[in-house]
Design a protein around this ligand. Sequence first.
Ligand code: FAD
Length: 516
Amino acid sequence: SAAEAGLYTASDQVVLLTPENVESVLINSTAAIFAEFYASWCGHCIAFSPVYKSLARDITEWKPAVDLAAIDCAEDENRKVCTAFGIRAYPTIKFFHAYSKPESRGQAFKATTHDVRVLRQRIVDKLENHEEPWPPACPPLEPTSQTEIDSFFENNNVQYLALIFEDTKSYIGREVTLDLLQFETVAVRRVLSTESALVTKLGVTEFPSCYLYSPQGNFTRLEVNIEARTFYSYALQRLPGVTRSGKPPPVTADVLANNTQEPWKPFNQYKVYMADLESTLHFSLRVELAAHTVIKGEALSSLNDYISVLVKYFPGRPVVMNLLKSLNARLQNQTGDEISYEAIGEILDNSAQSADTALPEGVRWVGCQGSQPHLRRYPCGMWILFHVLTVQAKNSGGTDPKEVLSAMRKYVHSFFGCTLCAEHFETMAGESLSGVNTFSSAVLWLWSRHNRVNNRLAGALSEDPNFPKIQWPSPETCPACHSVKDNGEHRWSQEKVLPFLMSHFSSSNILPDYLE
Ligand code: FAD
C-alpha cells in the first residue's frame, strides 16, 4: 500500500494521511495537527524523516493536544490531496489549529532545523499562541501567579499541583505540563523566577526546580537526580495516586495476594526468573509452534535457527538443555524440506519419560505475572528470553554478532502469534539491524528497540496498570544510565546501560525459583 512505500509506517508515532482520512484528521480535530507533505524520492525528506520520527516519539504523550501526521505526495493516489493543499515543495509542514474549518489549508510551519529540541519548542510556541477555540485537552501553558495558586485547589480537583520554577526562556515547565496531560490527579504550572513573592516565600534558589503543592497547603521539593524535563515527568507520572486517564488504578498488593485463581507470587523486579524463561519456552514450543501442522521453507529455517541459538546460549537447567539438544539433533538430521509439528511434539513428550530430559509442562509466570490474566505473560517472557540470549552470546564469544537477533527476527516473523507485533518488529529490524556489527551493539539494539515499543505502547490497552510502560531502566533502577546534554536534553549513557544489561540478564541474576 501507499503507506508502506512511504517514509513512515504504522510503527511510527505519525498519523499516515490518505485521501480517505485526510478530512477527518485535519479538519475539525480536537487536537492541533502538524502535517508533513513530502515526496519519498526527495533527499531532504529522506534526511528529515528520522528527525520527524524521533520528534513524534518525544512528544507522544502530547497527542490529545497536538499530533503529527504525514503524507507521501509521490504516491499517485495522494497527488490530489497534495494539490488541494497547494503543496509545491517538499517537505512542507503545515500547522492546522484545532477545529480547523473544511476550507483550511493550514499555516506554513518552517522546519529549517533537524534539532528535535528546537522543533519541539516551536510546537510549544504554536500551542501557547493557539487561537480560540483552544484544544480542549491542552492544559494552560502560561506562567501561574500567587493568586492562581492561592485558590488552585478550589478550582481544580487534583491531589497535587507541581510548580516548575524556571527562567522566562526555559521550556521545561510547559513541556512537563504537556508530558503530564494524560495523567490524572496532578496538574503542572510554570512559575517564572521573576514571581518574587512566591520565590521568596518558598526560598527557591535553583532554576529550574520543581515543588509539589498539596491541598493541605504543604510545599515539598520534588527529588530528582537531575533537574531536567525527563526526570520531572518521570517522577510526576509515578507519584502515589497519579494514574493515566482512562486506566484503572493499579491493583493493590492485598487484592493481588487474594486473587485465588492463581496465587500472586511476590517477586523482585531486579531479578530474572527461570520460571518465566521456561514458561516462555513451553508456550513457544508447545502452543505457538503447534499452530503450524507442517513447518517448511522459511518457517523451517526460522525454527532451525531458533533452536540452534537456544542450544548455544540459553542458560537453562541441564534437563531443559538436554531436551533442546534432542530437538536440535532431530532438526539437524531432518532430510526432507519439511517437518510436521507432530514430530516435534513427540520429542517434547517422549522426553517427559526420561528423567534427565524435560521441559516442564504449563506456565508459571513470576516476573511476568500480570495483574489480570490477559496482561503480560508470554510476550513479556519472549522479550526477556531474547535479552538473555543477546547477553549470553556476548559472553560466550560467538562469531556472528547478528546471530541471536536474526534468529529472533525470523522466529517473530514466522511464528509470533501477535501478527501486528511481528509486522512492527520486522519494520524495525529492516530499518537498522544491518548496522549491528558487534556483540555490544546487538545487546544495545534490542534494548533500544524494546524501548521504542514501550514508547508506542505506553497507555495502550495491553499496558498493565501495575507495570506501566517506561523507558527502561528507570532513573531509580539505574541512575548512572541517565544523563543530560549541555542543553538539558535527556541522554542515555550507553557506556553505563551496557554493563547494566550485561549484569541484569546474566546467568548469575537468574533465580532458579521465585521463592528466593
Ligand atoms: P515487556 O515490554 O514485555 O517487558 C518485559 C520486561 O523486560 C519488563 O518487565 C522489564 O523488566 C524488561 N524491559 C522493559 N523494557 C526493556 C528494555 N528496553 N530493554 C530490556 N529490558 C526491558 N504489543 C503490542 O501491543 N504491539 C506491538 O507491536 C508489540 N510488539 C512486540 C514485539 C515483540 C518482538 C515482542 C516480544 C512483544 C511485542 N508486544 C507488542 C508485546 C509488548 O511489547 C509487551 O511484551 C507486552 O505488552 C507485555 O508488557 P510488559 O509490561 O510485561 O513488559
